[in-house]
Design a protein around this ligand. Structure first.
Ligand code: DX5
Ligand code: ZN
Length: 213
């Protein structure tokens, strides 16, 4: 079970401090947006390279970009331990997953809320993590979509007890994390719930307690 806070709603002018505030996090979830795959622009490779120098924590990169086949490997080369690409954007997801692993990163594939998991059942062994979006990607602070819960259950059924992480991202809070854990998720992104909390570190600990309950 892992809590991976998203820095999307952190203070981008003080990123190193913002990351340092959250000791209890298992990884730092970094949302990369290109204003094409999603209607928003965030940060890219140079910031990830700087973050790499600023923290020893695992970097969990979530690429919401077009043409991940071209750009994702550079994030592995920058020292990110985990690189997630969107299947809706990848031209050759199996080849890309293999390339990420060859570069020493965990290979992860994300699905938007309306993208089904079953067409990808046969390629799950190529992956170290599946990310199921529980909001439409693009912005922090959106409302959790309960309609994704059956897909979380189905993905857990397909994964069985293989050591492939099942991450959920979007609208995860003290109110919604229990439902996701019960459905079979084991890795939880939380952005606004953590960074708008008075004590972000305590919120991570609280989310962890609810998820294991
Ligand atoms: C949304 C991003 C999320 C976002 C989560 O497109 O992928 O990681 O930061 O933020 P919250 O937890 O506020 O929904
Ligand atoms: Zn994300």
């Amino acid at each position: 079970m892992r809590i991976t806070p998203s820095i999307l709603n952190a203070d981008f002018a003080h990123l190193a401090d913002e990351v340092g505030r959250i000791n209890d996090a298992d990884a730092v979830h970094v949302d990369v947006m290109d204003n094409h795959f999603v209607p928003n622009l965030s940060i890219g490779l140079p910031v990830v390279e700087s973050l790499r120098k600023a923290t020893d924590k695992m970097l969990d990169i979530h690429l919401m970009i077009q043409d991940p086949d071209r750009w994702a490997p550079a994030y592995a080369e920058a020292g990110a331990e985990s690189v997630t690409f969107h299947v809706e954007a990848a031209a050759a997801p199996i080849r890309l997953a293999r390339e990420l692993r060859a570069k020493g990163a965990r290979a992860s594939m994300a699905l938007k809320p309306a993208t089904p998991i079953d067409p990808y059942a046969d390629m799950l062994d190529e992956l170290d993590m599946v990310l199921l979006m529980t909001v439409e990607p693009g912005f922090g602070g959106q409302k959790f979509l309960d309609l994704v819960l059956p897909k979380i259950r189905r993905t857990r059924e397909l994964l069985g007890d293989r050591p492939i992480w099942l991450q959920v991202d979007g609208g995860i809070s003290a109110e919604t994390i229990g439902r996701c854990a019960e459905a079979g998720a084991d890795t939880f992104v939380a952005g606004s719930a953590v960074y708008s909390a008075e004590d972000p570190d305590a919120m991570v600990t609280r989310l962890r307690e609810i998820a294991v309950a």
